[in-house]
Design a protein around this ligand. Structure first.
Ligand SMILES: *Cc1c(COP(=O)(O)O)cnc(C)c1O
Length: 364
């Protein structure tokens, strides 16, 4: 039956019925006016998710997963002879560096000592004071651990030194606060199927419009060139085939977000669910990975696997009960598990999840 599995991985999310129905839409050609009109409506709604961005920032919609948006943002907006400071404390910061490497662009990798640490603010301050950077890149919500990075601090440094910030907001857009002017944000990359609760297939960058006027594309990619998309999407059209059904679903997901009171209400909902997960697991003696509950986003938390519990056993048992949890990546694989609360998920679902984990704990 549809909708009986609850996805607790960081996207794709469990769809609401409303979004699922929208996906089952009329067949439309992406070169017809009605599709262009749909795209323009979606662009308008995306621009208004954060009202303070509306007017100064424009969404550019691509077909692809979140990484496509990050790759397009870095490829198009960093100049070919520029240099980016990549401030990283996890898988997604490292992925951005790999993207710049593949694009043959200069960058400095500023890695925290461990993925358990916050981003290196002192290192960033020193690097920016020394100069020579055309952009700073960091990850807003580092999904590797669930840490909400201190972008207020990095953004303030960008503002102070006059260096534009490029942000991976793939797992935070629609669920956490984003400050545009204060962070000197040139663009952020995001996706339909995380906090926005759409289906996978569409990603986007929200870009300061003046970036398109004041410079030319740095892209060596034909497919992932934001400048070319922006030019054609002014009229709702795109250079290449878009994921038509996913666009209908995103429109409905954005309506649902607005009907529910916008990102701040969704954030509060996530916060409540996450606090419930965290306290329920703490009662069972399952400890968080990071130093404090405050280090986490509202969206995803990470836990040490108890000594007598294998990830596969936990995952497989919960899956049979209709819950898909998420493993650790890279050096955390096999030692942690993660729980995200995006999508169609309520307090009763979390109660059921905790009940199942309790049964497993007591069976040991
Ligand atoms: C999910 C995610 C991405 C993109 O992953 P895709 O699998 O390409 O959608 C990028 N950055 C962060 C922080 C993410 O959580």
């Amino acid at each position: 039956m549809k909708g009986t599995t609850k996805l607790l991985n960081p996207g794709p999310v469990t769809l609401t019925d409303r979004v699922r129905k929208a996906f089952d839409a009329e067949d439309v050609c992406h070169r017809e006016q009605e599709f262009a009109d749909l795209v323009k409506r979606v662009m308008g709604k995306l621009a208004r998710v954060y009202p303070e961005a509306d007017g100064a920032y424009v969404p550019v919609l691509l077909t692809g997963s979140g990484t496509a948006a990050v790759e397009a943002m870095l490829g198009s907006l960093t100049p070919r002879d520029g240099k980016t400071l990549v401030v990283s404390n996890g898988v997604y910061g490292e992925r951005a560096a790999a993207i710049l490497e593949a694009q043959g662009k200069a960058f400095t990798m500023l890695k925290s000592a461990s993925w358990l640490d916050g981003i290196d603010l002192a290192g960033a301050e020193a690097a920016l004071a020394a100069g020579g950077y055309t952009h700073v890149f960091t990850v807003h919500h580092e999904t590797t651990t669930g840490r909400l990075n201190d972008v207020d601090a990095i953004g303030a440094l960008c503002k102070k030194h006059g260096v534009p910030l490029l942000l991976d907001a793939v797992s935070s857009f629609g669920g956490e606060r984003i400050r545009f002017d204060e962070w000197n944000l040139e663009a952020c990359a995001a996706t339909a199927n995380k906090c926005l609760h759409g289906v996978p297939g569409i990603c986007f960058a929200l870009v300061r419009e003046s970036a398109f006027e004041s410079k030319k594309t740095g892209s060596s990619s034909v497919y992932l060139d934001l400048f070319r998309y922006r030019q054609e999407q002014k009229n709702g059209f795109s250079p290449f085939t878009q994921s038509v059904q996913a666009m209908f679903a995103l429109q409905e997901a954005l309506r649902e977000l607005a009907d529910g009171g916008g990102w701040e209400k969704r954030h509060a909902h996530y916060r409540t669910l996450t606090a419930h997960v965290m306290s329920g697991l703490a009662e069972m003696g399952i400890e968080i990975l990071l130093e404090s509950p405050k280090a986490y986003s509202s969206i995803l938390t990470s836990y040490h696997l108890p000594p007598n519990m294998k990830y596969e056993a936990l995952h497989d048992t919960l899956k049979q009960k209709g819950f898909v949890i998420y493993a650790g990546q890279g050096k955390f694989s096999g030692s942690i598990f993660r729980i995200a609360v995006m999508g169609d998920l309520g307090r009763g679902d979390v109660d059921r999840l905790l009940g199942e984990i309790r049964v497993l704990r007591e069976a040991r």
